[in-house]
Design a binder for this molecule. Sequence first.
Ligand code: GTP
Ligand code: MG
Length: 309
Amino acid sequence: MVKISKIMYAQELIDKAFSRARKIRNRDKKKKTIDKISTVRNIISNSLKKYVRAFPDIYNIHPFYNELFDILIGMYKLDRAISSLEWADKKVNDIARRGIKEAKKSKDYKKIIRMVYGRISSVIYEIDDALKFLEDAKNKIQDVQFIDVNLPTVIIAGYPNVGKSSLLKILSSATPEIAPYPFTTKGLVVGHFYIEKKYDKIKVQVAEAPGLLDREYTERNDIEKQGIAALRYLPDVIVFLIDASYIGYPIESQEKLLQEIKKNFKADVIVVENKIDVSGGKTNYMKISCKTGEGIDELKNKIIEKLKI
Ligand SMILES: Nc1nc2c(ncn2[C@@H]2O[C@H](COP(=O)(O)OP(=O)(O)OP(=O)(O)O)[C@@H](O)[C@H]2O)c(=O)[nH]1
Ligand SMILES: [Mg+2]
């Protein structure tokens, strides 16, 4: 993706192009008219082309990103907005070309300029909604943390508030927000750790799938859907955290979500009970406490073993 500071809306784009053209001086009226038209065309056409290039080619991105962007902005809407910019670019070039041709033949320069400016303005106003949509989409895409789909990846999943961010922080370089209420993490948070080999250091990616509840996909909110997309495409290993101390979400619901995850995703699942400093350990799963650090080394070893690197 090309980084652009801001997508100009219709009015701003037209103002910029016309005011630049206003500065053109030339005693030769024909030359002046042609220069004005070319300037307006160049400024608008270059901006539109730059905006189109700023978005990923939606037909050639990894399916994980396709699904993620679909959740965040809607791929169909993105496709439509980009097509309307391409349409406008073509139109502006056509109008300018005809205006320049006219200026070479006729002497009614004022009328030609007025006609060209009028037509170009109405084309640009027609794509105002698309420009606004794209500015919003660009901001949403730029907020997404970079995820390398080719790195060995561990996804930490589980119900809200079970300690996923706490574990991510212990295991990796990430600095997620940790809070005593559910749905603190609203998008994918990514960190890394390295496995030291004899001659090599292998980079492993760890990500937290935002809190999931046990319910149908269609009932899921956009935060949960991002977690599902991550689970579908990324993990080599899933660490599923269970919180048996927490009274908000019953352990049976957490178990049901675990079964769903095991059924629907192909990665190895390591099930871990967290917060054993409070619960004392109520299940037969591997046990950890992100608070005291108990069991963390064992979990780390288990992850490395399952990654098979
Ligand atoms: N006592 C205790 N508290 C813990 C432990 N691990 C996490 N917590 C607390 O549990 C709360 C939730 O922790 P987070 O790490 O934010 O949980 P999360 O699963 O990322 O939550 P969401 O992102 O909202 O789904 C925080 O108040 C943590 O301090 C633990 O091992 N013991
Ligand atoms: Mg979290």
